[in-house]
Every structure is written in structure tokens, then in C-alpha cells.
Design a protein around this ligand. Structure first.
Ligand code: ADP
Ligand code: MG
Length: 252
């Protein structure tokens, strides 16, 4: 049976770690090509929600759907493994701490998954790496190791590596918050470029100006709930909830 779902749909997500309830009945729909920002204080559940989308932190209640397929469906172990690997290949993730493989060059970081998971030949994977690293402005450093790159450059390689799998959806979890201020913009530029190319993205960020300029919609999360959501011009300029106002007063 096929169900009518948005491109990304989270229904009544609930997550507890032991007795700590970190996501409380969160629902969210994202259309194809939409860019949704998530803001909120540390500990409010932003990363847990993002990780739930590809079932890295399985929900204790609720459903996640991607392009008409339920991601967190209950299946016998073997079938689940196959299913979740297929789903995860469709979702690119970029984290705060560049998780590049340190013993591999930028090229090798990008070619590995397409060769291992999609069976690309070395030549095809190399062409893909060149294309993707060029896209993020890192072609000149293609044979550098992560230790030879700045934080901003590492993050751009991490984005190229995710894009090489041709994901349907990109998730960014504070991709710029570990960077020196002068390196933030080069990474933001890459995200802006993806936005222009209509990549569907969910971006957790503490940079309000960036969220305001790139997102179609912004959600403010606090203590495991979405307090308020709306287009950035409304959420940032004219929030309706006290908790949102209080947060923005401290962060803008
Ligand atoms: P945010 O990304 O908004 O800072 P998180 O999603 O990382 O928030 O965390 C939300 C809450 O869940 C925090 O209180 C955090 O300590 C808790 N938490 C996150 N991951 C785990 C885990 N694996 N085990 C126990 N508690 C966790
Ligand atoms: Mg987080």
C-alpha cells in the first residue's frame, strides 16, 4: 500500500533515552526542494531529531518517511539491515566535527562509498570525486590528507563526499559551529549553492543570519518540542511565542 506522504515526513516522533524524553510528539513535513532550518538551545533535541531521520537514533514512537517509504519500519533484522542501508544511501549527513577518514586523501574519502556501496569502477569513482570536489571548490586539494586541510576545507570535502552518493536529502548538523569565524562563509557558500540547485535540506544551525537568508522555513525547538515554526521573516522578525522571543533575544 502506498501512502500519501510529503517528501520527508516525520509523524509524532517521540524519543526517550531511559527516563529522559528528548523528543515529544514532533511532526514535520518537508517538500522536495525545500530548505528547513532548525534552531534552538543546546540539549533541545535537534541532533536527535536529525539522526532519527535515517534511524541512527531510532525513535521510541512515531514514523519517519522519505519519498513515500517508511524509514523506521519494523522488519526482521536481515531485511531491516538491507532496507536501512538503502535508505541511508539516499540521505547525506554533515556533522559539526568533520568525520573524514584521516588516513585517506580527499579523493579517497569521496570515492570510497560509491565504490563500496554502488559498485562504481575506480575510474568512474575518480571522475565523480573530481566533479564533486570541483563543485565545492576543492579540486586543487584533491590529493591532500585531512590533516593538510583547514577546518572549512575539511567540511567542504565532507559535503562533497556526501554529495557523491547522489542523496535525495542533505542533513547538516551545525556544520559550521566548530570552525574559526573566518572559515564559516566558505562552507555556507557551498550550502547556498546547493540551495540554488534545489537540494532538499534540513539544516541545524546556530547562525540566525544564515538560516534567515537560506531557509524557506525555520523551526524553533526547545526541550523536545517544536515551539514555533514559520518562514524566516516571520519567525525572526515577529515570533508569536515568548520562548522564541527569549531565545532570539539571546542569539541575535
Ligand atoms: P541538541 O542537538 O539540540 O543540542 P541533542 O539531540 O544532542 O540536543 O540532545 C537532546 C537531549 O538528549 C540532551 O539532554 C542529551 O543529553 C540527550 N541525549 C542525546 N543523546 C543521548 C544518548 N545517546 N543517551 C542519553 N541521552 C542522550
Ligand atoms: Mg546537536
Amino acid at each position: 500500500m502506498t501512502e500519501q506522504t510529503a517528501f520527508v515526513e516525520i509523524r509524532h516522533a517521540q524519543k526517550s533515552f531511559g527516563t529522559l524524553e528528548v523528543l515529544k510528539d514532533i511532526s514535520l513535513s518537508v517538500d522536495r526542494g525545500q530548505i528547513v532550518g532548525i534552531i534552538g538551545s543546546s540539549g533541545s533535541g535537534k541532533s536527535t531529531l536529525l539522526r532519527a531521520i535515517n534511524d541512527l537514533d531510532p525513535l521510541t514512537g512515531g514514523e519517519v518517511w522519505l519519498d513515500g517509504v517508511q524509514v523506521n519500519k519494523k522488519l526482521p533484522h536481515r531485511q531491516y539491515e538491507k532496507h536501512i542501508n538503502e535508505m541511508r544511501q539516499q540521505v547525506g549527513m554533515v556533522f559539526q566535527h568533520f568525520n573524514l577518514f584521516p588516513h585517506m586523501t580527499a579523493r579517497e574519502n569521496v570515492t570510497m562509498a560509491p565504490m563500496m556501496l554502488k559498485g562504481l569502477s575506480k575510474d568512474a569513482a575518480n571522475r565523480l570525486a573530481e566533479e564533486q570536489l570541483d563543485h565545492v571548490g576543492m579540486l586543487e586539494r584533491i590529493d591532500y590528507y585531512p590533516s593538510q586541510l583547514s577546518g572549512g576545507q575539511k567540511q567542504r570535502v565532507a559535503i562533497a563526499r556526501a554529495l557523491a552518493m547522489k542523496p535525495k536529502l542533505m542533513l547538516f548538523d551545525e556544520a559550521t559551529s566548530a570552525l574559526d569565524p573566518e572559515l564559516v562563509e566558505e562552507v555556507n557558500q557551498v550550502m547556498r549553492k546547493l540551495a540554488q540547485e534545489h537540494m532538499t535540506m534540513i539544516i541545524v544551525t546556530h547562525e540566525m543570519d544564515f538560516a534567515a537568508s537560506v531557509c524557506d522555513r525555520v523551526l524553533f525547538m526547545d526541550k523536545g518540542v517544536v515551539v514555533e515554526e514559520g518562514p524566516p521573516e516571520v519567525l525572526f522578525r515577529n515570533p508569536s511565542r515568548d520562548r522564541t522571543r527569549e531565545f532570539l533575544r539571546k542569539h541575535i
